[in-house]
Ligand binder design. Structure first.
Ligand code: BTN
Length: 240
């Protein structure tokens, strides 16, 4: 898909801006909204997404789908894989905490906030990507979970524009392929980057169990204490 890029110095949130303005977007294109700074970045589960000045990637891709697609839930996973590929371009090896958190050295370095809006003709998919690039340790320490950034891992500053260039290339390619051929094309790569190992203890939605596997549709299978298998298609790993 061809990309239309809209760049802002400062927004509250690139996702919020896309949600409020998608009616002016070209429905045949992928619209990328980027902001150097975000004042009110949002994370999953209504959490705040912290950023500090012009130091990180704040990007939102918006595209229009016909009603009726059943695999929209996989789009966040596709975006997370595009981030993994972007990390690789800069010689970082990232891993995925199911469903779509990106980790470096077991600490969160990026996240995806996937939202949808529906109108009579389309489902509008709004995929927000945040990556901690040049965020210093003092700011990372204010985040309420172990978090890291590229500069902390490598002791080197990165050019956000270069990172965004790679990211948009990967996402545009991956989303096209996904829309044409589905999640199957990405399954092996997704599983390869999953951080959870068989029998790791996990808690999802207050249910405790052991990691079993990732199913073909990207859902997580957990083995409960009674031996039963439980499938999760959404949710958050609270412990793992
Ligand atoms: C999460 O892991 O909780 C998801 C974080 C998503 C953050 C990005 S930054 C760009 C876009 N705009 C937002 O307000 N949130 C997403």
């Amino acid at each position: 898909m061809e990309i239309n890029c809209l760049h802002f110095e400062c927004l509250d949130s690139t996702n919020t801006w896309a949600k409020e303005n998608y009616k002016s977007f070209d429905p045949t294109k992928l619209t990328l909204v980027i902001a150097d700074q975000q004042k009110a970045g949002r994370g999953r589960y209504k959490r705040q997404w912290l950023s500090s000045g012009e130091k990180n990637v704040h990007a939102t891709f918006t595209f229009f789908l016909d009603h009726g697609r059943k695999d929209i839930g996989n789009i966040g996973q596709i975006a997370a894989l595009s981030v993994i590929k972007t990390l690789k371009e800069f010689e970082f090896t990232g891993f995925l905490k199911w469903p779509n958190d990106i980790q470096l050295n077991r600490k969160k370095v990026g996240g995806i906030l996937c939202e949808t809006v529906t109108n009579e003709n389309n489902i509008i998919v709004i995929v927000g990507i945040g990556i901690n690039i040049n965020m210093p340790l003092e700011t990372l320490e204010k985040i309420n979970q172990p978090a890291t950034s590229w500069v902390v891992e490598r002791d080197e500053k990165f050019d956000i524009k270069q990172v965004l260039n790679k990211l948009q290339g990967h996402f545009a390619y991956d989303i096209d392929l996904f829309l044409k051929q589905g999640f199957q094309m990405f399954l092996e790569d997704y599983k390869k980057h999953i951080i959870h190992k068989k029998d790791d203890i996990l808690v999802i939605d207050q249910q405790k169990g052991c990691f079993h596997s990732i199913d073909n549709d990207g859902t997580l299978i957990m083995t409960l204490a009674n031996g039963r298998e439980q499938k999760f298609s959404a949710g958050e790993i609270e412990q793992g």
